[in-house]
Design a protein around this ligand. Structure first.
Ligand code: NAG
Ligand code: NAG
Length: 180
């Protein structure tokens, strides 16, 4: 009688019900939610030969499921004559972290492949970790070309190429690496 009762109260089930919930391990699986990737570009000419502006931007935030912190990331690319030539090479760029956050995030975007790469380093229980995710963005974009039918004056817009994309949401599952 007595030994049966003892077994019951020390069973794993009883322990699970009485102990406080355990903190998540440092390398716990997590998701990064990106509600909106915003990509656009503009190229304008003020004469047939003079490019007046040439600029593309990619902008997004992502929120981690482990700590609900949001990082804000923005990248620019300039100086291209073709809409498809922006962000020719990956260029690691820092993101802005949530106030008081101990994480450091960088991202890179490669235009020709539409590849987005995000790295986040963080410390946990005295160790440094890297969470890294990479994806090909399924951006649906439209290029609009405008030619001024009646251009005479340098300073007026001679022509413009504008790219605008549908809002895109993405969920990433980063791989976690212990760096030391
Ligand atoms: C992410 O980390 C890997 C490995 O250190 C590095 O090769 C890559 O350039 C990094 N990318 C970014 C966007 O920081
Ligand atoms: C172009 O400019 C001329 C002179 O200002 C004007 O008469 C003509 O209607 C304009 N054409 C167009 C397509 O705007």
């Amino acid at each position: 009688m007595h030994s049966t009762a003892l077994l019951f109260f020390t069973s794993p089930l009883a322990l699970a019900l009485t102990l406080p919930p355990r903190a998540e391990p440092c390398d716990a699986a997590r998701q990064w939610t990106i509600p909106n990737v915003d990509y656009s570009s503009q190229i304008t000419y003020s004469t047939p030969a003079h490019m007046a502006t040439s600029r593309a931007s990619i902008e997004f935030t992502y929120t981690s499921s482990t700590n609900s912190e949001t990082s804000s990331c923005t990248g620019y690319s300039t100086g291209q004559q073709d809409s498809g030539a922006f962000f020719a090479f990956p260029n690691p760029t820092g993101c802005t972290e949530a106030p008081g956050s101990a994480t450091v995030s960088t991202f890179s975007y490669t235009g020709p492949t539409k590849n987005l790469n995000i790295n986040e380093t963080f410390t946990c229980e005295g160790n440094t970790y890297l969470a890294a995710a990479s994806t090909q963005l399924a951006l649906q974009c439209k290029e609009t070309v405008y030619n001024n039918p009646n251009w005479t004056t340098p300073g007026d817009i001679y022509s413009a190429k504008t790219v605008a994309c549908e809002p895109l949401s993405v969920i990433l599952t980063p791989h976690i690496f212990k760096l030391g």
